[in-house]
Design a protein around this ligand. Structure first.
Ligand code: SAM
Ligand code: SF4
Length: 552
């Protein structure tokens, strides 16, 4: 049974309603869990007659799916609600009612306070109640202002409607699947255990069924997600819990799924069968987001991270022993209460030692109700900013070196969508780097060997590798990229390659068009190579130019 660490639901009346026209605009803030939840909300509203619209001004229902992880993220919601209120008033002048809903972790944490601060809001719904949305909207239509932040007993995942085939296709060839939700770790800085509740793992059979549906609609890459995904312990077919490594083996068997990833992992839960899965499964990508937060044991203990610096480095070493081409990214918090210059130096030293391919870094943000917010020795903001700047410079250096080492290598690229320029596609390398390639649109959804020719701040550029003698492109590509063979890799004929390269309209590196292109490509997903907005260095710095915005 699901336990909540959250607050009870509160219901009260409010005179509003909806007029039965059916367009929904959903805006997601924050992590991939919210992206997944937004899709599932859209899927659940579809049978009730709601079609998705990208234009909030056309919508009859606007849902903000919010993030509470840092103060800035939460405050963004209120500025967005200010804009939505103007839209709602404009619609009302035309005799049209717009219903405004706040979902996600701000909804869970702040409940009725949201309606107090933003009276334009009609519905506040916590992450555990999305399956109730159609019913909640009926109540809103009857004139109630509805607040549902309960942790219900029923399994919302099985009550949320699955996506239609058309919706899945529209979302692209790479999909997230939530396998685990909530967290029992209680890091002293973090609100997640309070907003998402206790750890819950979905049963293996339900996850496999969802992945099969996705694969059937053309999805090639699946990222298993959870707040603490490697704490996964869902029920297996015979009633016993399976660890994540075993689940990955099972999902890898689903026909059509060529690539697997999982995020976000806690260092403490990198158990042997999960590490072994990286050695055993060619489709499991050699790139792991493994947040460490700090390189100082003193700070790690104060954060209640339950691992030391040495434990973390040992895990990295075991991963590299399992698969030599592993690369890593991480999350860091600077300016945690009591962090000294020496502690921060240990974090910088860890960055040097691991040599991350990318990382997110954040200034510590006190969150109401968490133990760290009450700790003495809060670090002044100026010190946090200065440390963040130095940390990012170190991370940038390693990211640039990692990208530079890709030039001349042949990497498998999963093509996701057209690029900005005619004839161009954008795909992802095994390391989640966006790769721009001249290639036929029919290759969307294909994995092909690409020789990397140049890099920009956020993107790689490459050419389809010609088919070698005896059709061994896939094997050679895998070898060149340090991977084992992947039968799903598509080789490309030399003639196709020549035809498509002739059409190369890519701008010169260093030009503003080139930078824009890179930024667009890297802004596709909030994962890995780009940092959240509050980690950005000062405008005008070279590091600043390298960054792309990913948070909503
Ligand atoms: N479960 C993951 C783990 O333990 O590594 C992290 C999930 S959390 C949603 C994403 C990241 O937000 C964290 O890794 C941490 O770096 C950052 N974060 C969480 N709380 C924060 C806070 N109060 N201030 C600044 N950053 C925070
Ligand atoms: Fe938050 Fe991650 Fe710690 Fe859980 S393990 S409390 S989600 S930082």
């Amino acid at each position: 049974m699901r336990q909540g660490h959250g607050r009870p639901a509160i219901y009260r009346n409010h005179p509003t309603g909806m007029n039965g026209s059916r367009k929904v605009h959903i805006k997601s803030f924050g992590c991939q869990m919210n992206v997944y939840d937004s899709h599932r909300m859209a899927d659940t509203l579809a049978p009730a007659g709601f079609a998705e619209t990208a234009a909030p001004e056309d919508a009859d229902l606007v849902i903000l799916n919010t993030c509470h992880i840092r103060e800035k993220a939460a405050e963004k919601v209120y500025s967005e609600l200010g804009r939505i209120r103007v839209l709602k008033q404009a619609a009302a002048r035309q005799g049209r009612r717009v219903v405004v809903a706040v979902a996600g972790c701000v909804a869970q944490a702040e409940g009725e306070e949201i309606i107090r601060r933003a009276p334009a809001v009609d519905l506040v719904v916590g992450p555990q109640s999305y399956h109730r949305l159609p019913d909640l909207l009926v109540r809103v239509g009857r004139g109630e202002a509805v607040i549902d932040t309960e942790f219900p007993l029923e399994d919302k995942f099985e009550l949320l409607a699955p996506p239609s085939r058309a919706a899945t296709r529209a979302r692209g060839v790479s999909a997230f699947v939530t396998v685990q939700e909530g967290c029992d770790k209680f890091c002293t800085f973090c609100v997640v255990p309070y907003t998402r509740g206790a750890e819950l793992s979905r049963p293996v059979a339900n996850i496999v069924a969802e992945v099969e549906r996705l694969a059937d609609a053309g999805v090639r890459e699946v990222t298993l997600i959870g707040q603490n995904v490697n704490a996964y312990h869902g029920e297996g077919p015979h009633g016993r819990p399976w660890p994540l490594g075993r689940l990955l083996h099972r999902v890898a068997e689903v026909p059509g799924i060529a690539r697997l990833r999982y995020t976000t992992s806690h260092p403490r839960d990198m158990e042997p069968s999960l590490i072994a899965a990286h050695r055993e499964l060619p489709s499991l990508m050699p790139y792991l987001h493994l947040p460490v937060q700090s390189g100082s044991d003193r700070v790690l203990a104060a954060m209640n991270r339950r691992h030391t610096r040495a434990d973390y480095l040992d895990t990295i070493a075991r991963m590299r022993a399992a698969r030599h081409d592993m690369a890593f990214s991480s999350d860091f918090i600077v300016g945690f209460p009591g962090e000294s210059e020496e502690d921060f130096g240990a974090t910088l030293a860890l960055v040097e030692e691991v040599g991350y391919a990318g990382a997110f870094s954040f200034k510590y943000s006190p969150r109401p109700g968490t133990p760290a917010a009450e700790m003495a020795a809060q670090v002044p903001d100026g010190v946090k900013s200065e440390r963040l700047y130095r940390l990012q410079a170190a991370i940038d250096k390693h990211q640039a070196a990692f990208n530079a080492r890709c030039v001349g290598r042949t990497l498998d690229v999963l093509f996701e969508k057209p690029g900005r320029h005619p004839g161009q596609l954008v795909g992802r390398s095994p390391y989640l780097q966006p790769v721009q390639v001249m290639a036929a649109p029919s290759m969307i959804g294909e994995i092909a060997a690409v020789t990397i020719t140049e890099i920009s701040a956020n993107s790689l550029f490459g050419a389809l590798a010609p088919v070698p003698a005896h059709g061994q492109a896939a094997a050679l590509a895998s070898e060149a990229s340090g991977q084992r063979g992947n039968s799903k890799v598509r080789a490309h004929s030399a003639s196709e390659d020549a035809r498509e390269r002739a059409d190369d309209t890519r701008p010169e590196p260093g030009s503003s068009a080139h930078a824009a292109l890179a930024s667009e490509a890297s802004g596709q997903r909030g994962n890995s190579k780009v940092r959240a907005p509050d980690t950005r260095p000062e405008p005008g710095s070279s590091a600043h130019a390298a960054l792309a915005e990913v948070e909503g």
